[in-house]
Design a protein around this ligand. Sequence first.
Ligand code: KG4
Ligand code: ZN
Length: 353
Amino acid sequence: MSKKNIKILAIETSCDETAAAVILGNGKNNLKILSNIVASQIDLHRITHGIVPEVASRAHVEKIIPVIQESLLKSRIKLKDIDLFAVTIGPGLVGSLLVGIDIVRALAYASDKPVISVNHVEAHIYANFVDVSQKFPAIVLVVSGGHTQLILMRGHGNYKVLGSTIDDAAGEAFDKVAKILGLPYPGGPSISEEASKKQKVKSRSIKFPRPMIDTDDFDFSFSGLKTAVLYKVRELTSNRKSPLNRDLITAIAYEFQNAIVDVLVTKTTKAARKYKTKTIMLGGGVAANKLLRSELKKRVKKEVPNSKFYIPAPKFCTDNAAVVGANTFYKYSHDKKFLKNWKKVGLNLNPKL
Ligand code: KG4
Ligand code: ZN
């Protein structure tokens, strides 16, 4: 298949969003998102204050066909005109991933078209390529519910993972701290909202550690920070019968967010200086965080002024299928042998980043 225009139907079901998107690719670097539909399971998982994998899988089964239908309808592209199918194959919840994988295999089989496997972390990186093409080398900070990675990207498909979390992911820390504070799931947006009230309330100042901020490597650790929050809450509630009052919750959320953002930004700018990168990019659900976005922007300007800085729109940071399609288009347009190889191997269930 060698076409000027390529139409891709992309599916994402790795965690708790059932998503489908139709992408129109043109030439080497031009792509247009014709539709990007996301059915969120947040209301379902709020009841249990976190994801119950079987509940997530069942919700994907229920939503996947209507979501695909809506994405095709909105794009005005017919299923028979899709050239390429793409699906997230991991990392993620196995029962959730299999729903997307199986439907895409069936669609591709019935239409005799190739199906491409996409790595979830790589798809998060491609949020940065949805409406622009970036200069390399680039540093990408991927921060989601399951991942925290600093990646050096020297070209399309060319990655070196500089560092990762050694325990909890950044989003996981937001979610767990929110639970400790009695804030609703998902923790990221609720902590961010709570922290924004700090200016309005007068409360004592609380300090939390910045784990591994000064180490020479690019690894992260957030489990100690989460424990520091837990101990602080215990200390503040030990002599009273009543739970934390609102001002204290706000103060803790504010300082926790400051600590985590400080670590993420410090390590990202340090990596950008070390590797003299031309671009700094962000991806993953935590990249939707307002403080992270504004702090990174501020400090890149000050500390790495020669580097360009790009932040994707929040809707492309959290899980969605448009970035799965964007990733697939760039693989297709930058690697002549790509489709040939894919036809040979079929669906690769273990592609590495
Ligand atoms: O990328 P994503 O949608 O799913 C995974 O691949 O995990 O990321 C979800 C994570 C959750 O932990 C959620 O709390 C966090 O992203 N998140 C945020 C914000 N929005 C979502 N964290 C901080 N601030 C936000 N505004
Ligand atoms: Zn994700």
